[in-house]
Each structure stands twice: as structure tokens, then as C-alpha cells.
Design a protein around this ligand. Structure first.
Ligand SMILES: [Zn+2]
Length: 339
């Protein structure tokens, strides 16, 4: 697997020198860290507190057959979110998992086990509807990040399910590194205005534009903002993650969900210790080739700056832990299903 020449990495976070979006200065510190330094000296956002979260939950508690829809991937963060909603906050969640054909069986099993152990209802949605879109992206040689259109698709789907079951609250397992504030909508669909996402965001936008001429995907939203705006016209749901409001380290809640709901790590996923779908290997390989880093580098760089993980931990997790064989297997699965 050829990923080109090695790039120098920022001494403070884990972002590599990738001009024009990320540039290391003479001291070996990246432009994003420098920007963050300047921002922090200007203003200090008050931290979000658990009492804020509880206040938001109170608005919706007990409404409808379920008062929250929890997006479950089978990973530690969303499994902990489901556990918290049921046990810590005594809400009445509907667990929701989708499989676009690339979810790993271990992940699906985690969600089923958690729903069983917690006694919550589970909605499992299996579809081939976006396989063609992923294939188109790969075949076109686009630099776009596969996870971005995917997250636009699955957020639209999640809103649709919330509408169908008339649920006012969507709960995600997003961590502080993925997005640290309510209102920041998505796990992977990036804020294209953030400099470290600019080139990736532009590539995604350019790819989504090409869908206009595709009869199958002509109506696909052109951005996350458009997807959310369309969804909100039909049904208003607030999206929150408990992790934004809690100061718990992942190793603490992993311990709890292992014990309480039988959570297990999946055998193979990137970054190490995550539970991402198998298409993610292709997405990561593409981003490393084209940009020298992935959205996981951006997320973990944020967590390192916030002191939520050490630089060494992040670097270890971000090492490429898969090879050509894995990629070949995923590419094979992109082929249209046999009729
Ligand atoms: Zn940096």
C-alpha cells in the first residue's frame, strides 16, 4: 500500500504538514494549533454541564411511545450513549441501527446485545440504497471522503425515522473531538469552513454536484445543511450527544458497557479501538493518499489539544492497521448484489 512520502507531524497535535490547509511552522507546530492558541487567549467558552443536558431532556421526557431515538453503531461511544439514556437518565429510547451493507457483524451483535440487556426497543434498517453512490465515488477517482455523503444520507434517514415514530430527540454518541457543541450536526460531515477540512470539503462538494446528472441520486442533498433543513421541514428533532456534557474518559464507560451490556470491541477497525464500518478502510486509504490525513486525525488532534487523550495515544491509534487484502475485500463488496 503506497501512501507517498512520510510527512512531518505537528509537535503538539497529530496533524501532518499538508499545505495549503495545514502548515507546520519553524518550531514544528501546525497552523491549526496556532489558530486554536489565538482563539483560546481571546475567549473561554463556558463548559457544558450535565445539568444543562438534564434540562434539555426534561423538555421531552415521556413524550410519545419513545422520547428519544438513539443512533447506534455498535461502537463504545454510541453504546454508552444508549446505556446512559436508559439507565442514567431514565428515558425511554428507541435504539436505531442502519446497515448500508458494510457494517461489521460484531458491531451489529453489540447493538442487539445492548438492546436486549437494557430492554429497549430496537429498529434495524438494512438497505442497499447507497451502495451505488459509494461505487460511483470510488470509480470516479474522487478525492471526496466517503464518510461525508454517507453521513448526509444517514442523518436524513435518522430524521426520517424520528419523524415516522414522532420522536422529538435524536441522541448520538459523538465525542467532544467529533464535535463539541450542540448545533454542530454531524459525526463525519465536516464543517467545510474549518481550515483542516477545506480541501476534503471541496472534494465532497464537487462530487455531490455530479449527482445532479444521475437519475438514481438526483435528489441527494448537496450538503448536510440542506439535508437537515429538508428534514426539519417535515419533523423537528433536536440532536444531542451525552458525551458533550459529561467528563467521562472512554476507558471508564467501556468498562461499564462491557460489564452491563456485554459490549465487545470489533476484530478489525480503523482507527485502532474504534468500531467503524468496513467501507471506512477505503475512505481512510483514499484520504491518506490524497491529503496525508483523515477526519480521524482532525478529531484526535482536537482531543489532544483538549487534553482528552495524549499525543502518543492518538499517534498509536492512527497508525495504519490494515492492508491491501482488506481493501480488496471491501472493493469486492461494492459490486452490485447478484440478482
Ligand atoms: Zn498541531
Amino acid at each position: 500500500m503506497d501512501l507517498g512520502p512520510e510527512r512531518p507531524i505537528c509537535k503538539r497535535c497529530v496533524l501532518p504538514h499538508s499545505p495549503p490547509d495545514i502548515v507546520l511552522d519553524a518550531e514544528g507546530v501546525c497552523s491549526i494549533c496556532r489558530q486554536e492558541e489565538a482563539r483560546q487567549s481571546r475567549s473561554d467558552d463556558p463548559p457544558l454541564l450535565e445539568t444543562d443536558f438534564v434540562r434539555l431532556l426534561q423538555k421531552h421526557r415521556g413524550k410519545g411511545t419513545h422520547d428519544c431515538l438513539v443512533m447506534c453503531s455498535g461502537g463504545k461511544d454510541s453504546t454508552a450513549a444508549l446505556y446512559y439514556m436508559k439507565r442514567r437518565y431514565r428515558m425511554n429510547p428507541l435504539a436505531f441501527m442502519f446497515d448500508h451493507g458494510f457494517e461489521q457483524q460484531d458491531a451489529i451483535d453489540n447493538v442487539r446485545r445492548a438492546a436486549d440487556a437494557l430492554g429497549v426497543d430496537l429498529l434495524f434498517y438494512r438497505t442497499d440504497a447507497v451502495r451505488g453512490l459509494f461505487r460511483k465515488m470510488v470509480v470516479s477517482g474522487s478525492r471526496a471522503v466517503l464518510c461525508h455523503p454517507c453521513s448526509i444520507w444517514y442523518m436524513s434517514l435518522t430524521f426520517e425515522m424520528a419523524a415516522r415514530f414522532d420522536i422529538p430527540l435524536i441522541i448520538a454518541g459523538w465525542t467532544k473531538g467529533q464535535s463539541a457543541r450542540p448545533g454542530v450536526m454531524t459525526r463525519c460531515a465536516c464543517n467545510v469552513d474549518a481550515p483542516e477540512y477545506r480541501s476534503m470539503g471541496e472534494a465532497t462538494k464537487a462530487f455531490l454536484k455530479t449527482l445532479r446528472d444521475d437519475p438514481q441520486y438526483r435528489d441527494f442533498p448537496s450538503s448536510m445543511e440542506e439535508a437537515v433543513a429538508r428534514a426539519r421541514k417535515r419533523h423537528h428533532a433536536t440532536v444531542l450527544s451525552p458525551h458533550w456534557f459529561l467528563d467521562q474518559a472512554a476507558e471508564d464507560y467501556v468498562e461499564v458497557i462491557r460489564r452491563e451490556v456485554g459490549w465487545r470491541p470489533v476484530a478489525e477497525s480503523y482507527p485502532a479501538g474504534s468500531t467503524n464500518c468496513s467501507l471506512n478502510f477505503l475512505s481512510v486509504w483514499n484520504s491518506l493518499r490524497h491529503f496525508g490525513y483523515t477526519h480521524y486525525h482532525v478529531e484526535m488532534a482536537k482531543m489532544v489539544r483538549q487534553g482528552l487523550m495524549t499525543r502518543e495515544e492518538a499517534l498509536r491509534a492512527l497508525e495504519v492497521n490494515f492492508g491491501d487484502e482488506t481493501l480488496a475485500r471491501v472493493l469486492e463488496r461494492l459490486e452490485p448484489p447478484a440478482k
